[in-house]
Design a protein around this ligand. Sequence first.
Ligand code: GLY
Length: 311
Amino acid sequence: AAYETFTDEKKAISYIKKKKKYPLVIKADGLASGKGVVIAETEEQAVQAVRDMLEGKTFGSAGEAVVIEEFMEGEEASVLCFTDGTTIVPMISAQDHKRIGDGDMGANTGGMGAYAPAPVMTKELDKIVYDTILLPAVKAMKKEGCPFRGCLYAGLMITKEGPKVVEFNCRFGDPETEAVLPLLESDLARIMLACAKGTLKKEKVEWKNACAVDVVLASEGYPATHSSGEEIVGLEEAKKTGCLVFHAGSMKKKGRYFVNGGRVLNVAAVAPTLKEARDKAYEGVSKISWRGMQYRHDIADKGLKRLKKRK
Ligand code: GLY
């Protein structure tokens, strides 16, 4: 996306004033736990976001510089890959849900749920992403004498002009990981060792022929703040549904579990179809509760719609 970076508030605001196309994306340049992005729908909101970051320091030192960026229209996809610096093995694609509310409404979060594979990624797009995004990035890092080994995460927007990079992360994605890794048939430790040793080419990386859906359960007030201390009930019942329950912002005290963060749990399910995985994940979610628990009810809906259209 077209962008400019600013540390000076006046210069940033005069750049905004020249922009005619909205939404406009305002980003804190540093790390902000996935929350340092404001999608401004109006000039007023854009100016306010810049002021909040540069003057109000809403993101602390992460907001000392702001990036003002073109809004890319399309559907998001996350393509993670294993690499040993030369060989690249893409994982099954996934789609995150960044907004707090159903229908992609409300504030940006670290991610409220994911599903894999993402039907927005066709075989043709997989090849374009490999040839024009993953391969050039990995090759360039090697050429610069800084080969990257491990998990490289390409956050993409699938626009009308094709896939564009929103961000790269040098880590697994959250909540994508909880949807992607349950589909991995091969041994993750062997693959990571091969990445470290530079022998990924020889490694077999196999995937289950199935789908996975992961729903994030968040605490009251997230993403602006979060509550803590509420007791989490129903974990055993959720496990009986066959779901995987991953703990994040939780804590265990004397065998009982309590809320201790914004994104508290991930409930993930694997099934032969996306619809079955979605239904199973939400069955697991229905067993768990605490005061103020919030979650999205439409994880995987975009993928299901796309599959329906294709039929
Ligand atoms: N799901 C977005 C991230 O992990 O950055």
